[in-house]
Design a protein around this ligand. Structure first.
Ligand SMILES: NC(=O)c1ccc[n+]([C@@H]2O[C@H](COP(=O)([O-])OP(=O)(O)OC[C@H]3O[C@@H](n4cnc5c(N)ncnc54)[C@H](O)[C@@H]3O)[C@@H](O)[C@H]2O)c1
Length: 258
């Protein structure tokens, strides 16, 4: 098989959480371009349905299943719904995530738990529900969207909960990779740097000095665009990465080299 054939996702079914917009939508589009059917699992019904319709325009099947990743029953329902409709799950991208900026000394426990609930519990719950299907199939690729914030503490904004949650995602990735290699399931993490999406738009639009500091600290001096995660997503989803598991792929314009 040629290397370009190994990148093909033709006939595959991929679930992407939080793919109604932002990085999740861009990765779903990239997986669809490589031939995969797409299931969007999100809490934003309207935007998710629009995104699914756009992706169907690429000539693959695409649908939306309502799913709050913090709810175990939603994760179970997602697994059942996708198996009923597609009969297989090849790829799970755990992308849904939130961030709250609060100094640690002022952070309310409920806000800490909110961040952990989506960013870390969500990755665990979805990996468990879909992982059980993949174990039965003896095949699968799980891609967790961590962040460079799981490796470095961002500055100047205080976001200890977010950073801790993403460090947790990285360790969970390695743990699942170690447990599930025997089932032919590969588990990897992508750690993006600053990317322009809905999550970061308020900062890019509203606070020039903070964004200027981010860019000053970044060798490439610019934020990433969502489509710039497409290459790594297709690589990790496909057989092109057949010997890759437990890896953390930093895509940050060089931010973490300084
Ligand atoms: N944008 C960045 O600079 C950046 C950098 C590093 C990592 N990340 C990570 O990438 C991922 C996507 O970020 P983004 O910038 O595209 O965010 P975004 O806010 O643009 O999109 C997040 C998506 O997740 C969905 N979502 C939120 N809570 C959910 C829940 N409980 N269940 C299901 N879906 C839920 C939202 O509806 C939305 O569609 C996140 O995990 C984020 O932490 C982003």
């Amino acid at each position: 098989m040629s290397i370009m054939q190994k990148f093909s996702l033709s006939g595959c079914c991929s679930i992407v959480t939080g793919a109604a917009m932002g990085l999740g939508k861009a990765m779903a589009e990239a997986l669809a371009d490589a031939g995969s059917d797409i299931v969007i699992a999100d809490i934003d019904r309207e935007k998710a349905q629009e995104a699914a319709a756009e992706i169907r325009g690429k000539g693959v099947r695409a649908s939306f299943v309502p799913c709050d990743v913090t709810r175990p029953e939603d994760a179970e329902n997602l697994a059942q719904a996708v198996m009923a409709e597609y009969g297989r799950i090849d790829v799970l991208v755990n992308n849904a995530g939130i961030c709250i900026h609060t100094p640690a000394e002022d952070m309310r426990l409920e806000d800490w738990r909110k961040v952990m609930g989506v960013n870390l519990d969500g990755v665990f719950l979805l990996s468990q529900a879909i992982g059980r299907v993949m174990i039965r199939q003896n095949r699968g690729s799980i891609i967790n969207i961590a962040s460079m914030s799981g490796i470095i503490a961002n500055t100047p904004q205080p976001q200890s909960g977010y950073n801790a949650s993403k460090a947790g995602v990285i360790m969970l990735t390695k743990s699942l990779a170690s447990e599930w290699a025997r089932y032919n399931i590969r588990v990897n993490a992508i750690a993006p740097g600053y990317m322009k999406t809905e999550l970061t738009r308020p900062y890019f639009e509203g606070n020039g000095t903070m964004v200027q500091r981010w860019m000053d600290l970044s060798p490439m001096g610019r934020p990433g665009t969502p489509d710039e995660l497409g290459g790594i997503a297709v690589y990790l989803a496909s057989d092109a990465s057949s010997f890759t598991t437990g890896g953390v792929f930093v895509i940050d314009g060089g931010y973490t080299v300084w």
